[in-house]
Design a binder for this molecule. Structure first.
Ligand code: CTP
Length: 417
């Protein structure tokens, strides 16, 4: 894999469907991937390089002949990319990949790729069904290139047929899945529930109490667990993140909604899942009264009466009553300096969970990295500052370690050690 984040070289070739390539980039970015954009000369006629560089934060590579680039561009990009994905892939590009050409950056990347190559073809249905294209498709399949689509549907000419590019979600899922095959499948047969994002407590139809959680950490955990073979249910508070297609998502708003969704998924006996990772920044309080109509401005000072919400994780910890499953992981975000680990350990004990992930509040939200400690019965482990997908990997490792001593398929069984 690339340095930290899983990395894809997203090669855009010249088809009307190129306008959907930025959507694929967005989905991968939301799933914690790094996207290196590459465009063929004809792709530049269909989609702006600025769109791709703006989205990905990376220089768009269009030519191998850039004297300011240190090293051999195709070799360097292929070294950094875990996956090379052609989105869209034109009939011409497929033909050039079959021939093993290296006359532009897109084709050369296909030759020097060290990992999976994925193509998302897009073309007029007659071009797709032409015997030359079908010969090329058969050869590329034999060479180990993975295809996603094309699908039957409306194409640029307005006709319907087989040649429409697969939807961005399916393409992003295929790219994520291509690495999954290479990684450990140590959660096969397991059901992992992850909560993410904030919960929001409404004051009236236009105002609410909320917090700064973006959901990125929880989404990264969900993607990591799914990539290791787990069935994942992601219970998400309001967030702008696009749902990774490989997980089942339930959207909630308030703390009460989240508690209700949890009961639905875990069941009253908690035997609906093998593990719960409670990443959500759950609102501790809600307004005592929610106004059905918009409150009008009044005095210079105003007070809002709040009532305490139920502690979802603590209730589940108490109900688990010493059993090994579901494995419970909680978070502690604190502005506590040296007290961070003290508070985290208190939460570990009070909420009766297996692991607490401790983060300093100053850096926990919005960014793509997290400084984290793992706190459990055996002690504290500093993870340092990692990408959120790197932290996710370590957290899921902890879940796997604990599930390894329980019986597969029987979430309520006792630890066998
Ligand atoms: N949590 C929960 N229900 C709540 C509050 C928190 O399930 N009503 C969960 C969070 O998802 C997190 C853990 O409990 O996994 C710790 O949350 P945190 O907000 O850090 O702790 P609190 O118990 O709310 O304590 P405080 O806000 O005083 O630090």
């Amino acid at each position: 894999m690339g340095a930290e984040k899983p990395t894809v070289a997203l090669v855009v070739s010249g088809s009307v469907a190129a306008y959907k390539a930025p959507m694929v980039a967005r989905l991968l970015l939301a799933a914690g991937w790094r996207v290196i954009p590459v465009m063929t000369a004809s792709a530049e006629r269909f989609v702006g390089a600025v769109t791709l560089s703006g989205l990905t934060g990376e220089a768009v590579r269009t030519s191998m002949w850039d004297p300011t680039f240190a090293g051999e561009m195709h070799v360097e990009i292929a070294r950094q990319a875990d996956v090379i994905a052609y989105v869209p892939a034109t009939a011409d590009l497929l033909a050039r990949l079959v021939q093993g050409r290296a006359d532009d950056l897109a084709a050369a990347l296909g030759l020097v790729a060290k990992g999976p190559r994925i193509v998302a073809p897009a073309m007029h249905p007659r071009m797709w069904l032409h015997e030359a294209t079908q010969r090329n498709v058969a050869q590329l399949c034999a060479d180990g290139v993975a295809f996603v689509g094309p699908v039957y549907g409306a194409v640029a000419s307005g006709e319907d047929g087989l040649g429409r590019m697969a939807e961005p979600e399916a393409i992003a899922e295929a790219i994520i899945a291509s690495l999954r095959k290479a990684g450990p499948r140590d959660l096969e047969g397991r059901h992992i529930v992850v909560t993410a994002g904030p919960t929001i407590e409404d004051l009236d139809p236009v105002r609410f109490l909320g917090n700064r959680s973006t959901g990125k950490m929880g989404f990264a955990i969900a993607v990591n667990a799914a990539s290791r073979g787990a069935k994942v249910t992601l219970i998400a508070g309001p967030t702008h993140l696009t749902s990774p297609a490989i997980v089942q998502r339930l959207d909630v708003r308030s703390t009460a909604d989240m508690a209700a969704a949890m009961e639905l998924v875990l069941g009253v006996d908690l035997d609906g899942a093998d593990a719960l990772v409670m990443t959500a920044a759950v609102a501790d309080y809600r307004p005592a009264q929610v106004s059905a109509s918009k409150e009008k401005k009044g005095n210079d000072r105003a007070a809002i009466e709040l009532v305490k919400n139920a502690d979802i994780l603590a209730a589940i910890g108490a109900k688990r009553n010493g059993r090994a499953t579901p494995v419970l992981v909680g978070f502690a975000v604190e502005s506590a300096g040296e007290q961070l680990l003290v508070y985290a350990r208190r939460k570990l004990i009070d909420k009766k969970v297996d692991v607490i992930v401790a983060n300093p509040a100053e850096t926990a939200f919005a960014g793509d990295t997290n400084e984290a400690w793992l706190v459990d019965a055996s002690g504290d482990t500093a993870l340092g500052t990692l990408s959120k997908s790197g932290v996710a990997e370590r957290i899921v490792d902890e879940v796997v370690k604990r599930l390894a001593v329980t019986c597969l398929g029987a979430a309520s069984c006792e630890a066998s050690l």
